[in-house]
Design a protein around this ligand. Structure first.
Ligand SMILES: NC(=O)c1ccc[n+]([C@@H]2O[C@H](COP(=O)([O-])OP(=O)(O)OC[C@H]3O[C@@H](n4cnc5c(N)ncnc54)[C@H](O)[C@@H]3O)[C@@H](O)[C@H]2O)c1
Length: 251
């Protein structure tokens, strides 16, 4: 049986770890060739995909740097011939202090990676997809892109920015063959969340107690949402920021 993403190419950022890694593997399971773009070593993800019989390539990239992002897209096209899907997922979570104790350096770093990084990825993916006449983009924001989170001002601002970018990009590209949506994960069991819970017993208790389904989410549950948003099954879904949070933002 043919796979739904056969002969397609997926560029994924932040895919050396966590939900990005799981989603990259899922793209490969659906038949796509996958570019693993991360500033950390993505060899593990590439090897996991090759073990499944898939094709993948690691490109070192800091998503906050324009030349790095352009190089990822150029390398994807030179190696695999197109960019059919962009999954813009790389991000950092710094914080844990009220806004008045947040430094300008921390604010600029978080916004530079989480928001400018997604902007740059959308821009260079779209330039390629407009040449092709089609493509689908999915960004990772957060439940913190939809509601305020105390002591996480830079992160929350950066993730709200992604929700805004998604709306404008959907309007800019809608009649030119590109769909764009965003996933807004709640608490998902990845190294990022594990670090947060390890560093603060209070945060761990609060995160566990506030889960509406009584459990933390798994990376596969984000991968499944991203694959659906890239597939023809969501062909009329555009400009949406979809909570995948077990109901957390319904509170
Ligand atoms: N885990 C959660 O509970 C949760 C909740 C909401 C949103 N998110 C978001 O999900 C995304 C993935 O996070 P995760 O939980 O899988 O964390 P993770 O730390 O396991 O993975 C993040 C990946 O992004 C990469 N990265 C960070 N900065 C980068 C940069 N400048 N350039 C290139 N790569 C960079 C890291 O090296 C890492 O591989 C992030 O955008 C994060 O903000 C996570």
């Amino acid at each position: 049986m043919s796979k739904q993403f056969e002969n397609k190419v997926a560029v994924t950022t932040g895919s050396a770890s966590g939900m990005g890694k799981q989603t990259a593997i899922e793209f490969a399971k659906q038949g796509a060739k996958v570019v693993i773009a991360d500033w950390a070593d993505g060899t593990d993800t590439v090897n996991a995909i090759k073990a499944l019989g898939g094709e993948a390539l690691y490109v070192k990239c800091d998503v906050s740097k324009e030349a790095d992002v352009k190089n990822v897209i150029d390398t994807a096209v030179a190696t695999f011939g197109s960019v059919d899907f962009g999954f813009n997922n790389a991000g950092v979570e710094l914080g844990g202090f009220p806004l008045e104790q947040t430094s300008v350096e921390e604010f600029d770093k978080v916004v530079g990676i989480n928001l400018r990084g997604v902007f740059l990825c959308i821009k260079y993916e779209a330039i390629q997809m407009l040449k092709q006449g089609k493509g689908v983009i999915v960004n990772t924001a957060s439940a913190a892109g939809l509601v305020g989170v105390p002591s996480l001002s830079a992160y929350t601002a950066s993730k709200h920015g992604i929700v805004g970018l998604t709306k404008t990009a959907a309007l800019d590209f809608g009649k030119r063959g590109i769909r764009i949506n965003t996933v807004c994960p709640g608490a998902i069991r990845t190294p990022m969340l594990e670090d947060t819970m390890k560093n603060s017993a209070a945060a761990k208790e609060q995160i566990e107690a506030s889960q509406i389904l009584g459990r933390i989410g798994e990376p596969q549950e984000i991968a499944d949402a991203v694959i659906w948003l890239c597939s023809d099954a969501s062909s009329f879904v555009n400009g949406v920021s979809l909570p995948v949070d077990g109901g957390w933002v319904a509170q």
